[in-house]
Design a protein around this ligand. Structure first.
Ligand code: F6R
Length: 241
């Protein structure tokens, strides 16, 4: 695990965007894994800037998002599908047909989960994945538990996650209780991972991820076993490592 501590979130966003830009230049038809939430926003802004400067071309890139709320429509202003179009996809020259955000659509959501993993495999696997981390150590929506879930699955959101995400909704009651998420196995199959954490509120989770035991009670701790993880932290998030 390579760990870099930067001054602020904007600098981290630029540094992380350059890793994604390098991947797109090296392999124009690369498969990118994207996340939502506040943390990757500076990186998406920096990617839009690089595109506006004509330095990167998304036209052949394919993307897979980590997760999506269950029970809200894709047109909902808090859906992750919409988040990605609002913050990145509508601002760069990506082909909307190459964009995948998981979404349970059939009567049997387990089939949708298996289909999502099969689509990632058929695309050749994820070359480069961006991750944030939850206050409870979750990555994607893999919440603390007794096992590391392997594939894409439906998950009940923890109280900690509902509390953290209520800032995007009118109240905690409106936060969906379930989500579809890539599993830990799906994430660990990515060839390269960049994880960003900013703010003092992430310091405990970051410390458990880096210095703690590999334990599904801190899902991000599994990243200690991945051969190519780069972690970008600001000073607050790095306070306890
Ligand atoms: C979002 C995701 C989540 C977030 C995490 C941190 O797609 O997978 O794991 O990365 O909840 O969220 P923020 O960045 O809002 O603090």
């Amino acid at each position: 695990m390579k760990i870099h501590v930067y001054e602020d979130a904007a600098k981290i966003g630029k540094a992380a965007a350059l890793i994604f830009a390098a991947k797109i230049i090296e392999k124009p038809d690369c498969v990118l894994g994207f996340a939502t939430g506040s943390t990757p926003l500076p990186m998406y802004e920096a990617l839009v800037e690089l595109r506006n400067l004509g330095l990167i071309n998304f036209s052949l890139a394919r993307t897979f998002n980590l997760d999506e709320y269950a029970g809200i429509d894709r047109s909902h202003e808090q859906s992750y599908y919409r988040f990605m179009f609002d913050n990145l996809f509508s601002k760069v020259n990506i082909n909307p047909e190459n964009v995948m955000v998981p979404y349970p659509v059939s009567a049997n959501p387990d089939d949708d989960c298996k289909a999502y993993d099969a689509t990632i495999d058929a695309a050749g696997g994820i070359d480069l994945q961006i991750l944030g981390i939850g206050h409870n150590g979750h990555i994607a929506f893999n919440e603390p538990g007794y096992v590391f879930p392997a594939g894409t699955h439906i998950v009940d959101l923890s109280d900690s996650t509902i509390e953290a995400n209520k800032r995007f909704f009118a109240s905690a009651d409106e936060v969906p209780r379930q989500a579809i998420t890539m599993g830990i196995g799906s994430i660990m199959k990515a060839r390269e991972i960049v994880l960003i954490a900013t703010g003092r509120g992430k310091a405990e989770a970051v410390s458990a991820m880096i210095n703690g035991e590999i334990d599904p009670m801190c899902p991000a701790s599994i990243l200690q076993l991945h051969p190519a993880v780069t972690v970008f932290l600001d000073k607050e998030a790095a306070a306890l490592i």
